[in-house]
Design a protein around this ligand. Structure first.
Ligand code: HEC
Length: 117
């Protein structure tokens, strides 16, 4: 009898754990990032060069002697997530690498997707 109660409890705990995991995981892993968090990160780490809407800061473009594509443009939006992440974290052309965790990168990419024109 005692072992039956134990078994029921183990099953109940396992069900709760499974429920929590199915509720929590998709937001982190499957749908990619959290655009709200990404926006905050963008504001602190990217906005000075890329401007609020990703259109690019003309002063920065001039100083770096580079044409900055709008992040919401078709060209940039056509870049797949893994390549975007690489461009941001490893740097690309005149843009220096920006250190981000995997989660931060996913969040900021989710935000970049909201800039699509
Ligand atoms: C110091 C200024 C600076 C900062 C900070 C910066 N960028 Fe950039 N970024 C640039 C420049 C300049 C380019 C264009 C590089 C080139 O074409 O040589 C660029 C290019 C890019 C591109 C590629 C667009 C293309 O032309 O293919 C992406 C995506 C991008 N930046 C995202 C970000 C994100 C996200 C952040 C913040 C985490 C960030 N950048 C921070 C200056 C910056």
């Amino acid at each position: 009898m005692k072992s039956l109660i134990k078994l029921v409890m183990v099953v109940a705990v396992a069900m709760v754990v499974a429920m929590v995991l199915t509720l929590a995981l998709p937001q982190v892993a499957l749908s990619g990032g959290d655009a709200e968090k990404g926006k905050a990160l963008y504001t602190s780490k990217c906005k000075m060069c890329h401007a609020a809407e990703g259109e690019g800061n003309p002063g920065m473009a001039k100083a770096l002697k580079v044409e900055m594509k709008a992040l919401g443009s078709k060209e940039v939006q056509a870049i797949k997530d893994p390549e975007l992440k690489k461009a941001i974290v490893d740097g690309n052309g005149k843009m220096k690498p920006v250190k981000l965790t995997d989660e931060e990168a996913a969040n900021v990419i989710a935000f970049l997707r909201t800039l699509k024109k």
